[in-house]
Design a protein around this ligand. Structure first.
Ligand code: NAD
Length: 490
């Protein structure tokens, strides 16, 4: 099957899901959505208004009263039913993911759907075994202990790079913890959001517990963040929008998963063949549109030339093409602003003397203008946008360094602190960098994209990569309140 055949199956008008009903936007407004693979329109999505968002907030608030009393075991069963529906519909969901987002069906979409089902199952288990402490105290007449309670109504806003998996991080943990949810997905992957709501409906999720409002982030997203009817915020997206949301939602508990830009550091004693293969996978999967992508690489000068050569070999093995074809290993970028950023960073690199060894431009042989060539850039300087900014594309920018201190200095010279990686055969150097690097996660001899859904994931303080941790019980703890109960038994 290719993208053209699929497009004809999916093209239609979609609806929002509010208070357990499928509804149009106020005034019947829609916007069109397109396939990144072909550029053709694949459906129309309701363009929600602030009033639509308010209706969803009211529905979630009504549902919150009863949902907080649903037992942990019942919530767990609901999440297992969601996982079962996803498992049953996995082929359809993977097709929609490739159609709407553009990632390769065989090498990526099927895995995102499998991970999504697993994450609901894991949340269903985690919530059952999350004990809270009884706290010894000085006063012999007191008994002090804690319980976890839902925060209430969660405003959840998500990006387009993992349109099933990222919402799932919030929906699985948020519901396990007993919250109700108003969700605004990214406009360019809203069909995925509608499909996920269909799974929730089929699983029998009670009315109003999860509500989907589609439309512009600065309209419906802003409303759910700033409206006093929501109690807490979960947001994944760019650092710029994250800061805006922190201002508009000031005073509410925030879970923010924002941008990242590595780096990955290759020391002179690393296994260079292994490092190049491993790192390339994190530069080019999902066409580099991952917050943890390897977007800048620091290679020790002693191994620099050999490493650069191997990265070029890796990039040339990527098969760019129609994401529905079995042989394709990289599809188009999701939208035009991302393409523009990749073009800008390549031009800036050229001006500053970096050498684009392969790629660096839009691949003109494909329709729609969203296919960007796998790119390897050598002799990048710390001033280049590749080092300073997040590129969010299929690019491996490489810089030489001479000492540990210089590597740490370059690594720290930007605003990001999400996932770093180090390749070395020295245990001592592994620990040196693991402890010194300013990042929420450091992977040793493993690329920056390695993650499993229960591992705590998030940015380090003092940078712009976010606040709090998602992942398994860590998300559940973030998305619930620890209430302390003190009993006087005298
Ligand atoms: P974005 O910030 O442009 O948009 C994210 C979401 O916010 C979208 O749904 C958008 O509609 C909404 N939005 C936009 N303006 C808003 C506003 N004023 N108020 C409320 N909502 C608003 O980001 P993007 O381009 O969709 O996603 C890419 C970014 O996400 C990258 O920076 C990437 O690193 C980051 N990301 C981070 C993680 C993580 O876990 N740390 C994971 C994936 C992506």
């Amino acid at each position: 099957m290719n993208s053209k055949e699929i497009r004809h199956e999916a093209a239609k008008d979609y609806l929002m899901y509010i208070d357990g009903k499928w509804v149009e936007a106020e005034g019947g407004k829609y916007f069109s959505t397109y396939s990144p693979a072909s550029g053709e329109t694949i459906g129309r999505i309701p363009e929600g208004s602030r009033n639509d968002a308010v209706k969803a907030i009211h529905a979630a608030r009504r549902a919150a009263e009863s949902f907080r009393d649903v037992s942990v075991w019942e919530r767990s069963e609901l999440l297992k039913r969601v996982a079962a529906v996803i498992e049953k519909r996995k082929d359809e969901l993977a097709y929609i993911l490739t159609l709407d987002q553009g990632k390769p069906y065989y090498s990526e979409s099927v895995y995102e759907i499998a991970n999504m089902a697993k994450t609901y199952l894991e949340a269903a288990e985690q919530i059952k075994w999350l004990e809270t402490p009884v706290i010894p105290v000085e006063d012999r007449n007191k008994r002090v202990f804690s319980i976890r309670q839902p925060k209430g109504v969660y405003a959840v806003i998500t990006p387009w790079n993992f349109p099933f998996m990222i919402p799932t991080e919030y929906l699985s943990a948020g519901l396990a913890a007993g919250n109700t949810i108003v969700w605004v997905p990214a406009p360019t992957t809203s069909i995925c959001a509608v499909k996920l709501m269909e799974c929730f409906e089929e699983a029998g999720m009670p009315r109003g517990v999860v509500n989907l409002v589609t439309g512009r982030g600065d309209v419906v997203g802003d409303e759910i963040v700033s409206n006093p009817g929501t109690d807490a915020i979960g947001f994944t997206g760019s650092s710029a929008t994250g800061k805006q949301i922190a201002i508009r939602g000031a005073g509410k508990p925030l879970l923010l998963e924002l941008g990242g830009n590595g780096p990955t550091i290759v020391l002179k004693d690393a296994d260079i063949d292994y490092a190049a293969k491993s790192i390339a996978a994190a530069c080019f999967s999902n066409a580099g549109q991952v917050c943890s992508s390897t977007e800048r690489i620091l290679a020790h000068r002693d191994v620099y030339d050999s490493f650069v050569g191997k990265m070029v070999e890796q990039a040339r093995q990527i098969k760019l093409g129609d994401p529905f074809e079995r042989a394709t290993t990289m599809g188009p970028l999701n939208n035009y602003p991302v393409v523009e950023k990749n073009v800008l960073h390549a031009e800036d690199g050229r001006k500053r003397g970096a050498n684009i060894l392969t790629g660096g431009a839009v691949a003109q042989e494909f329709p729609g203008g969203l296919y960007f060539q796998p790119t390897v850039v050598a002799d990048v300087t710390p001033e280049c946008l590749y080092n300073a900014e997040e590129t969010f594309g299929p690019v491996a920018p490489i810089m030489p360094f001479d000492s540990h201190e210089e590597a740490l200095d370059i690594a720290g010279r930007n605003q990001w602190g999400l996932v770093n990686a180090v390749y070395t055969n020295s245990l001592r150097d592994s620990m040196y960098f693991a402890e010194k690097l300013r990042a929420g996660i450091v992977n040793i001899n493993e690329n920056s994209n390695y993650w499993e859904p229960h591992i705590p994931f998030g940015g380090v303080a003092g940078k712009s990569s976010g606040l709090g941790r998602v992942g398994g019980k860590y998300s559940i703890m973030e998305m619930s309140d620890l209430k302390t109960i003190c009993m006087n038994i005298r």
